[in-house]
Write a protein that binds this ligand. Structure first.
Ligand SMILES: [Ca+2]
Ligand SMILES: [Ca+2]
Ligand SMILES: [Ca+2]
Ligand SMILES: [Ca+2]
Length: 447
């Protein structure tokens, strides 16, 4: 018991230091970041980059393209090292999309969805060898339901031994797939459901020692305080069985969701959407709420991806910036909790950031734009970074409506899902660089 209490205290301190609890401290580590590099890449039709991961000195970028490949949209993987960018498509003759990537050893695990003409959309998982630029394995998993976008993988995490994947399943459920990192064989596949509403997972991460503590988060309208609520759940895996440890939903009266999560120490930090604002919140690994903050602009904003590096928390997303439509948003928060810097990125059309990964002093951000070069500007004066109320109230009110929370019961069922093997092709492509046409992937690096 004492050990557990101590763990909770330590965890709370970790989160608090990241998320701004210790307002009594002076800010000591101020360094605003600056644009170091900007590149757009794509073809005559549309591209969007959805995620980025680090492999040695390279950045591994995934997304989807309608300009190249086997037909319709194809997933793409781009590997950028210095000024050099190589790009390959991965796909079937129908539409294929990549939404997330995780890297371990020399392998990139790419997840998304593919159109199956008999089955609408199915889960798509690929293993790519970064050292030889080859597609090693693919796995297509179908629930068999004929609803648009019924089965989608949205997030992936790996330690090089196992690959953990989550997303939408059977239209109104979500799933946890545990695969062998060597060959993508399915070790366990769990259908997860809060109830009759839509329960969609967007984020996954884990910690491990003798047990894997897997955290999954997303949005649900099975039971909610209005619209969709955000949810977060912990499922432990000992290599044999899956056990739900806790599940929590929270939200305001509008739509709320978690789109990204990272564990650090015994803490869990999430990013997402709350009441039309970007959300950053912290929890303990035991499901305790620590605190939450929101990016409150005069128009909607959202956080799509977060990264933790040393004592800094980074978050990216986008905000409505009329008349320039959406602009990408990049935040840096220091270990005393202060907002160190916030940059806007974009021009007159829709500019959105979907992925961030930190590599030493490099802050790597990817997304979609239609213009090059874009404006990079100080966004700190455009929004308030406000504490969000939680029940019970822990700090003086600064933000309304208050967020409410409640535990929610999760039904878990390990099943053997249908799989199939469509013809998948991969081919190297030469994208146009820094001359966008009809929507383009972007990579920007700050230091
Ligand atoms: Ca394009
Ligand atoms: Ca395709
Ligand atoms: Ca459901
Ligand atoms: Ca814009």
């Amino acid at each position: 018991m004492e050990k557990k209490k101590l763990l909770i205290i330590i965890t709370s301190m970790v989160i608090a230091s990241i998320l701004a609890f210790s307002t009594f401290k002076e800010q000591t580590n101020v360094y605003a970041f600056a644009l170091a590099e900007e590149e757009t890449f794509g073809g005559s039709n549309s591209e969007i980059a959805r995620a980025v991961a680090i492999w040695d000195t390279s950045k591994v970028i995934v997304g989807y393209t309608n300009s190249f490949g086997a037909g319709g949209y194809d997933a793409f993987i781009a590997v950028k090292n210095g000024a050099t960018l190589y790009m390959w498509t991965i796909g079937t003759s129908n539409d294929d999309y990549a939404y997330a990537v995780a890297v371990a050893d020399d392998y990139a695990y790419i997840v998304g969805t593919t159109n199956n003409p008999n089955n609408y959309y199915d889960i798509f998982i690929a293993q790519w060898d970064l050292s030889t630029n080859n597609l090693l394995n693919t796995k297509f998993i179908a629930s068999g339901i004929n609803n648009p976008r019924a089965d989608i993988a949205t997030a992936v995490a790996t330690d090089g031994t196992y690959v953990f994947v989550t997303g939408r399943w059977h239209d109104d459920k979500f799933f946890l797939a545990i695969l062998d990192a060597n060959n993508l064989n399915i070790i366990d596949f769990a259908s997860l459901d809060f109830g009759p509403g839509n329960d969609v997972a967007y984020a996954i991460d884990f910690q491990s020692d003798s047990t894997y503590r897997i955290i999954i988060a997303g949005g649900t309208n099975t039971i909610s305080f209005g619209g969709y609520d955000a949810f977060i759940t912990r499922i432990d895996w000992d290599g044999v069985s899956l056990n739900v440890i806790w599940s929590l939903r929270f939200g305001a009266t509008g739509n709320d969701a978690i789109y990204s999560l990272k564990t650090t120490g015994a803490a869990v930090v999430v990013g997402g959407f709350l009441n039309n604002n970007g959300l950053i919140a912290g929890f303990t690994i035991d499901g305790g709420f620590v605190l939450a903050r929101a990016t409150v602009f005069s128009n909607p904003s959202t956080i799509t991806s977060i990264a933790i590096s040393g004592s800094y928390l980074y978050a990216v997303g986008y905000f409505s910036n009329p008349p320039n439509h959406d602009d990408a948003l990049i935040l840096q928060i220091d270990n005393n909790g202060a907002l160190v810097d916030a940059k806007g990125y974009g021009k007159g059309t829709i500019d959105r950031a979907f992925g961030i990964a930190i590599d030493g002093s490099d802050i790597n951000v990817v997304g979609g734009t239609s213009t090059y070069p874009n404006n990079v500007y100080d966004a700190t004066s455009l929004f308030s970074y406000l504490f969000v109320q939680w029940n019970p109230l822990v700090i003086p009110p600064t933000y309304t409506p208050y967020m409410r929370s409640q535990t929610i019961s999760l039904t878990i069922a390990s099943i053997t899902p249908p799989t199939y093997s469509p013809t998948v092709s991969t081919s190297p492509v030469t994208p146009t660089i820094n001359s966008p046409s009809d929507g383009e992937a972007f990579y920007v690096r700050f230091t």
